[in-house]
Design a protein around this ligand. Structure first.
Ligand SMILES: [Fe+2]
Ligand SMILES: [Fe+2]
Length: 223
């Protein structure tokens, strides 16, 4: 709980700083778009076999739509942003760290689950890994997106992400239902995996803070 409160405070300060600086805000929106795009890609690349269902397909669609939503929101900050403003690290905030946070979480969750589900088939393990990684990411997104929306309103910024927040809340609930259904020991696993994600996020937040507070123009070499 103490760590959670500390993270909330640090995210509030970070996002306020980002929103106040258009050059950083553009990169922040692009970073969110990149993470959403990674989320959609991961669902398609995961080897889920027969575990693919209607909910998972709708998650994949919605994550892809969120990627587009954040990308097109950039124009509200900078209408002249070029069409080819891509996901290269220079256009993101802590781009490599954003990539690493997601990849590392995936790897560590899979490693953790392998110990408990040694005899399970590959599709089931991939499916469980998808469920837990998604749950952890959705929980983190819920925290970050809500703070972001509050700060956008406070600073009277034209961007509004409440529709994305609603869909992420729905994902969180649906994923939790599936975890409960497929893993009888979900409470123990969720507790341990949440700690793992908290440590990774702490590292990622540090990287974001370094970039945002060390650069006045939003130009930096920290990735
Ligand atoms: Fe999303
Ligand atoms: Fe989601």
């Amino acid at each position: 709980m103490q760590k959670r409160n500390e993270h909330i405070r640090r995210i509030e300060i970070l996002l306020e700083e980002i929103i106040k600086k258009p050059a950083l805000h553009v990169k922040w929106l692009n970073t969110l778009s990149y993470l959403e795009h990674m989320g959609a890609k991961k669902i398609h690349k995961a080897n889920l076999g027969l575990y693919i269902n209607e909910r998972i397909l709708s998650h994949a669609c919605e994550e892809a739509r969120h990627a587009y939503f954040y990308k097109k929101s950039i124009r509200k900050i900078d209408p002249n942003i070029p069409e080819d403003f891509n996901y290269s690290y220079i256009n993101l905030i802590a781009g490599f760290s954003s990539f690493k946070y997601f990849q590392q979480l995936d790897l560590e969750v899979l490693k953790y689950l392998k110990n408990f589900f040694k005899d399970s088939n590959k599709s089931f393990l991939s499916f469980l890994c998808y469920l837990y990684v998604t749950y952890l990411i959705e929980e983190r997104a819920d925290m970050v997106f809500n703070i972001y929306q509050e700060r956008l309103e406070k600073l009277q910024n034209p961007i509004n992400i409440t529709s994305v927040i609603k869909e992420e809340e729905k994902h969180l609930k649906e994923i939790f239902d599936m975890i409960q259904k497929f893993d009888p020991k979900y409470d123990q696993h969720l507790m341990e995996l949440s700690n793992l994600e908290t440590n990774l996020f702490d590292w990622y937040l540090n990287r974001l803070e370094k970039v945002v507070f060390r650069s006045s123009e939003g130009l930096t070499t920290v990735h």
